[in-house]
Design a protein around this ligand. Sequence first.
Ligand code: BV8
Length: 228
Amino acid sequence: MERIVILTGAGISRESGLDTFRDEGGIWSQVRLEDVCTPEGFERNPAMVDDFYNHRRLELKNVTPNAAHSALAELEKAYGENRDDAFLLVTQNIDDLHERAGSRNVVHMHGELLRLRCLACGVTPAWEGACTRETPCPECGQKTLRPDVVWFGEMPLHMERIMQAIDACDTFVAIGTSATVYPAAGFAGQAAQHAHTVELNLVPTGNAQLFDEVSYGPATQTVPRFVR
Ligand code: BV8
């Protein structure tokens, strides 16, 4: 069976009602990345960062997966027990829409919105509600919780596993990502050395010339068509 790696970005969740980052009116036009998506920003004003992620947790409760998420879950079913990442879904997104659509082999390289991390004892509890500076860690009781997401300047997660899967894949598909943020933006170039590459995005990205196959338009149209 052909081995496939799929990389998704904020664009796949756009039609579920979640803002992207860099489109017009996107998240980085509403709040400064430096203030809410860096360790320095958290150091400077943790309450502002708490508010930013509490707002997104609340928003996530009111949205549902769309046809693009469902199409990827369908595609994964064809891989059955899917031994050794023959099908791997790598997402830059911190929402849980892939999982709620039924995807199983999902790697969140930028962490997860519905998880916290305790800076004192290291536990990463699932977290649906609001987290503030007064929220005690469920494990050690200390008030040292932060969002379990990867900020700029922090090491993305599961990189070795992702690199191995890309090196071994026959097909690499990038969906709904502007190819702006590294190291994710470098995956297409790595795959293009040996695999068939596909870009499914609203519009061509800066990586467009790296792709053998492209389809531009809303993900709820391009992804089900690609999967069929
Ligand atoms: C790191 C946190 C090193 C969670 C995010 C070169 C190499 C390595 C690093 C760097 C490098 N150059 C610069 C860096 C540093 C930096 C970086 O890349 N900066 C950029 C801005 C130049 N990278 C990092 O800091 C990374 N860490 O490299 O660590 C290291 C090494 C050793 C030890 C320690 C450290 C960490 C990056 C992770 C940052 N965290 N998020 C959160 O709050 O969400 S990144 C942020 O951008 C988002 O989370 C998202 O994950 C990411 C990418 O955005 P996209 O998903 O692509 O979204 P965007 O809005 O940009 O685009 C949406 C797309 O969808 C568009 O193309 C649009 O056309 C399309 N679209 C819209 N609607 C639809 C659609 N498509 C289809 N259908 C639609 N309806």
